[in-house]
Design a protein around this ligand. Structure first.
Ligand SMILES: C[S@@+](CC[C@H](N)C(=O)[O-])C[C@H]1O[C@@H](n2cnc3c(N)ncnc32)[C@H](O)[C@@H]1O
Length: 205
C-alpha cells in the first residue's frame, strides 16, 4: 500500500458524510446475522478490519461485547465512529494502520472484514494480508468476510477491486481456513443502487 491509499481514504472520510458512502448500511444486518448463527458469548474478541465508520461496533457494544477492536487505514473514519459512540468509545480499541503492514500483537476470535480485502488487487498485498490474518487469529478463530461478487461493481470508492465467488475466496483462505458458510447479498446503496456482495464464514483449523 502506498501513502496515496491512506490519503485517498482520509479524504473520503473528511469530505463525505458517513451515511452517504456507497457501502453505508443503517444496520449491519449480514454481519450481525452471521455472528448470531455462531452463538458466540459477549466475551468473544472481535476485530473489524477496515471497519471505517461502520456501526457494527455500536451494535456489539450495545450487546455487551467487551473485547472489540476496530482497525482502519483512515484516522478520520475512526474519529466518526468514536464521536458517535461518545463515552462508549472507551470500550473499544482503535487502531490506525494499513492491514497489509500491520503486525497484530494478539489473537482475535473473530476477524471481520466487509469490503476491504477486495481492494488488494496485487498478489503481494494479499500475501501481506494473509500474514496479518494468520498472526491475528488462532485455531478455532472465525473470519467473516464480504467482497464484491463476480456480478458486483468493478470499482469501489473510485478504486479497482478484485471480485470473488465463494470458491475463489476459499482458495485465498486455504489451507489454514475452512469454509463454513457462504451467501450472496444484494446491498442497497444510499443513492439507490444495488451491489452484489459475496459473504463467507471461515474457521481456522
Ligand atoms: C468500502 S469501505 C468499508 C468500511 C466498513 N468495513 C463498512 O462495511 O462500512 C473500506 C474501508 O477499508 C479501509 N481500508 C482500505 N484499505 C485499507 C488497508 N490497507 N488497511 C486498513 N484499512 C483499509 C478504508 O479506509 C475504508 O474504511
Amino acid at each position: 500500500m502506498t501513502g496515496a491509499t491512506r490519503e485517498h481514504w482520509d479524504d473520503v472520510y473528511r469530505t463525505k458524510a458517513a451515511d452517504s458512502v456507497s457501502w453505508y448500511q443503517p444496520t449491519p444486518g449480514p454481519s450481525l446475522r452471521a455472528l448470531d448463527e455462531l452463538h458466540l458469548p459477549a466475551t468473544t474478541s472481535l476485530i473489524d478490519v477496515g471497519g471505517g465508520a461502520s456501526n457494527l461496533v455500536d451494535r456489539l457494544v450495545e450487546r455487551g461485547w467487551s473485547d472489540l477492536t476496530v482497525l482502519d487505514i483512515a484516522a478520520p473514519a475512526l474519529e466518526v465512529a468514536k464521536a458517535r459512540l461518545q463515552n462508549d468509545a472507551g470500550r473499544v480499541a482503535w487502531v490506525v494502520a494499513d492491514v497489509t503492514a500491520w503486525q497484530p500483537d494478539r489473537h482475535y476470535d473473530v476477524w471481520h472484514d466487509r469490503a476491504v480485502f477486495h481492494f488488494l488487487t496485487e498478489p503481494e498485498q494479499r500475501l501481506a494480508y494473509r500474514r496479518a490474518r494468520e498472526i491475528g487469529t488462532a485455531p478455532g478463530s472465525f473470519v467473516i468476510i464480504a467482497t464484491f461478487a463476480p456480478d458486483g461493481p468493478e470499482r469501489c470508492s473510485g478504486l479497482p477491486v478484485q471480485r470473488y465467488d465463494a470458491a475463489a475466496l476459499a482458495a485465498e483462505f486455504s489451507p489454514a481456513f475452512t469454509l463454513q458458510r457462504d451467501w450472496r447479498e444484494d446491498h442497497a446503496t444510499p443513492a439507490g443502487g444495488r451491489q452484489s456482495f459475496q459473504w463467507c464464514v471461515f474457521r481456522r483449523r
